[in-house]
Design a protein around this ligand. Structure first.
Ligand SMILES: [Zn+2]
Length: 180
């Protein structure tokens, strides 16, 4: 809690917070950030990214609680750093930000430094795919949820998740339990 309070008063994070308010259109923060120097911009983007992630992760926590889905953990060290892990069911959940992970519906490359951003987001997508592949090889069921899917009642993401958890309980009869 203390660190959250400190973060809120950090000027860059405060600015990021304001920018993040515009993130319904994910390209906006970048367009605004372009008025800053490169260093300043990446500082702002890092802050926007972490705050954006925090907001979507909180949205998922609330969704899980609302639908009484328990047994998940955070910060489990696995390929690609999943946002949520259900260790018993061996389900790894990623919440992908629409901008940073190149959502087909919402990613729009900023006008300035366009090629930089296109390359950056493309490499993020490659990294995401490779993490998914690695986890699947290890027997994990991987669920990727777009940031935009967590808006409103978030039924599509909930369905994805419950399908994965159900599939896992069927599989569990034929495989040894996950060792903690
Ligand atoms: Zn999206």
């Amino acid at each position: 809690m203390e660190s959250t309070a400190r973060e809120l008063y950090h000027p860059v994070v405060n600015l990021a917070y304001e920018l993040d308010l515009l993130s319904a259109q994910p390209h906006h923060p970048i367009a605004m950030a372009d008025i800053y120097s490169k260093t300043k911009r990446s500082e702002i983007m890092a802050a926007v990214r972490s705050r954006g992630n925090k907001a979507t992760e909180i949205a998922l926590v609330l969704l899980l609680r609302r639908h009484k889905l328990w047994g998940w953990r955070r910060h489990v060290s696995l390929a690609g750093k999943p946002d949520f892990v259900f260790p018993e069911e061996r389900v790894a959940v990623f919440v992908d930000g629409c901008f940073w992970h190149g959502c087909p519906a919402h990613f729009k490359a900023p006008k300035s430094n366009r090629s930089f951003w296109v390359t950056k987001i493309r490499s993020n997508k490659i990294r995401d795919k490779s993490a998914t592949r690695q986890l699947r090889k290890l027997g994990w069921i991987v669920v990727r949820i777009w940031q935009h899917e967590l808006k409103g009642k978030a039924m599509p993401s909930l369905e994805k998740l419950t399908r994965a958890l159900d599939a896992s309980s069927k599989q569990q009869r034929t495989r040894p339990k996950f060792e903690r």
